[in-house]
Design a protein around this ligand. Structure first.
Ligand code: WTA
Length: 645
């Protein structure tokens, strides 16, 4: 099967783009017709951005797993759906054909069902990158339960916050998870998260690392025991539960500029169509190719481009349990060689980190199978882009720089592999269906024209999107107002992305990074307010302010200015303790890279912290601080400058 809606020339791109703007409903309806629906829609789109209300394929019925699994069985049942590469390079990899995946998912649906999971229930999943993570996610989708996957790097406290917010009564986890040299005690972290939580009915625990775990009678059960029961009963097929196109498929928590992570909600129909469409078109996926996305399934990239996008397209997708630098920095190149990967999708931070090990790790690896390379998560610097192009793609592979967000479900702005031109550092063109606009600080649209004879003229501003596409988030779980105020209220009738961008008059778009108080550390979104809240929980901390600073590998590092009046110990000890507090409250990913102790913070007369100044100092732009005379205490700035780390 090839894809009738695959764009193969730049002329086709232009034609499709135009159609998607002049007749969005007709455009998406034609694509949606290529999926398996139990019942088709009454109307394609109902929307307004004021509430906001966003509905795609209203009235349609489907189950996404029938599209990701069942519909492929007749033609590609024996084709690998998922290939799993374990953390330990000496251990055996595993291949799951579409037939096997079907059996495993059905089997686990029975487990969920016999344990009381029903349509609409929330299931929190906290697992490492093992095939059972994919099986758990897909089984939830098949039974109609709403999955909420939490990345293995989050702490017990973060899990507890998400559990309570989603009121998840079911948890799927493991004894532990392998990641490089680390062995993460998943179950014990879950146990900590569950202290004082009384609404969780069942915790299903699978074995991976086989460290000791505590199993609470009546609440905790072993995955393997439950499977055995299902086998004994001879339960096999599990009919997919019919879902409304607008029923929630999953909740994924993500950081914003306020203290508390938001539960972004995606629904069954639109999410399916959009992830499939973007997967097929951005990577120009050809049937039979092996696709390798290095993200963790705990992030949106893993949801959309390890699982739902590739599987709905009948592709072969690789799940990698380990990390790119263990046991050595040649790990990804070995995997490419081993499975003859055709498409590699990774993050700029991974590329920069691997670059730093030099070219020895690349030599003698056969990467001739590669056809397309991709990046996601943050702007890619030109040096990394060229390194990736020359040493991994050998100058033969188009690189797609894909810009998108948890809230957008799939890629919005990118070049199309081998179809539209690339330019280092530029995400380039919007996909069909995506109508980007730039607004200034006041919210006025910045006038802008794409020219037939471009002159290189550029404008910059805040990036918004003015029309919905099927993958746009529908709400934030349990708090629709929050969805409105965060994304739809800043600029009336526009979805605000939180990113800044530059438009050039040839139509190309360059993403310049967040314009709100959200950091992008190694491609992970972290809210400064969240980190500050965590730091402030440490005894002895009076106040703190967190900003980003340029970091060679991570893209952005976390710089914390802290007023500390606690018991006097040496500074490094206090730093270590504060880091420990942040690890406990959020997770190790949010630990500050630099902590500077200060006696005061620069504030306006109304008491607002002047982050702009702190950011400049952290970025080493000391001579360019702007007017500081209006500060409450201008003297504090000099002190902070002197103490800069
Ligand atoms: C940033 C990840 C520049 C951006 C899929 C966005 C990028 C945030 C790119 C979303 C890119 C992602 N170029 N910046 N190609 N891709 N970003 O929700 O700031 O984890 O708002 O989704 O990452 O991060 P999230």
């Amino acid at each position: 099967m090839s894809y009738p809606y695959q764009i193969n020339t730049i002329q086709e791109y232009r034609k499709e783009y135009e159609k998607s703007v002049s007749d969005p409903e007709g455009f998406w309806e034609e694509i949606a017709n290529h999926f398996t629906w139990r019942k088709k829609w009454n109307s394609v789109l109902n929307w307004n951005f004021t509430e906001p209300k966003i509905e795609w394929f209203t009235g349609a019925k489907l189950n996404i797993t029938e599209n990701c699994i069942d519909r492929h069985l007749a033609t590609k049942g024996d084709q690998p759906a998922l290939i799993w590469e374990p953390n330990d390079p000496e251990a055996h990899h595993r291949v799951f054909t579409y037939n096997t995946l079907y059996d495993k998912v059905c089997q686990f649906c029975h487990v969920l069902s016999t344990n009381g999971v029903k349509k609409g229930d929330r299931v929190l999943i906290y697992l490492g990158m093992i095939p059972r993570l994919a099986i758990a996610v897909l089984a939830c989708a098949r039974i109609g339960a709403i999955h909420s996957v939490v990345f293995g790097g989050f702490s017990a406290q973060s899990i507890a916050d998400r559990l309570r917010d989603a009121k998840a009564e079911f948890i799927i986890t493991g004894d532990g998870a392998f990641r490089g040299q680390k062995d993460i005690p998943l179950k014990s972290i879950i146990d900590d998260a569950l202290i004082g939580v009384d609404f969780v009915k069942r915790v299903i625990v699978c074995t991976r690392t086989r460290i000791g775990v505590s199993m609470m009678k009546g609440r905790d059960v072993w995955w393997e025991d439950e499977i055995e029961k299902v086998e004994t009963l001879g339960l096999k097929d599990f009919p997919a539960v019919e879902m409304d196109a607008e029923d929630p498929l999953f909740i994924l928590y993500t950081s914003g500029s306020t203290g508390k992570p938001k539960g972004v909600v995606h629904t069954c129909g639109g999410y399916m169509v959009y992830t499939n469409y973007t997967f097929v078109n951005v990577f120009n996926y050809q049937p039979g190719e092996v696709f390798f996305c290095t993200a963790d399934i705990g992030w949106i990239t893993g949801h959309s481009y390890i699982l739902y996008g590739p599987l709905s397209a009948g592709a072969t997708s690789v799940i990698f349990e380990g990390i790119p630098t263990w046991p050595n920095a040649g790990r990804l190149w070995d995997i490419i060689d081993k499975f003859k990967i055709n498409i590699l999708y990774t993050a700029p931070t991974a590329i920069r980190s691997l670059m730093s090990y030099g070219l020895d790790t690349v030599k003698e690896k056969d990467m001739s199978s590669l056809r397309v390379l991709g990046t996601v998560g943050e702007p890619i610097n030109e040096e990394a882009w060229h390194w990736y192009d020359e040493n991994i793609g050998k100058g033969n592979c188009p690189i797609v720089d894909t810009w998108w967000q948890t809230e957008t479900a799939g890629i919005l702005i990118t070049n199309l592999a081998g179809v539209t031109p690339s330019r280092p550092g530029w995400a380039t063109l919007p996909l069909p269906g995506i109508q980007p606009v730039l607004v200034d600080e006041k919210g006025d649209a910045i006038p802008f024209e794409i020219k037939d004879n471009p002159t290189g003229q550029q404008v910059s501003g805040n990036l918004c999107i003015k029309f919905p596409w099927p993958g746009l988030l529908r709400t934030t779980w349990g708090d629709h107002q929050r969805c409105r105020t965060t994304y739809f209220a800043t600029y009336p009738n526009l979805y605000f992305t939180g990113d800044g961008a530059i438009f050039e008059d040839n139509g190309f778009i360059r993403i310049t990074g967040r314009v709100d108080d959200v950091l992008n550390v190694s491609g992970h979104r972290i809210g400064t307010a969240e980190v500050e809240n965590a730091i402030n929980m440490h005894a002895g901390v009076v106040e703190s302010a967190v900003v980003g600073f340029p970091h060679d590998i991570k893209g952005q590092g976390i710089y914390a200015y802290i007023i500390y009046t606690g018991h006097q110990k040496n500074d490094d000890e206090i730093r270590r303790d504060i880091n420990m507090t942040v690890s406990r409250v959020i997770g190790a990913i949010a630990k500050p890279d630099k902590i500077q102790f200060v006696t005061g913070l620069p504030k306006t007369r109304s008491g607002k912290i002047m982050r702009r100044i702190l950011r400049k100092i952290a970025e080493n732009e000391m001579d360019n601080l702007g007017d500081t005379t209006t500060l409450l205490d201008p003297g504090v700035v000099d002190e902070i400058k002197r103490g800069k780390l």
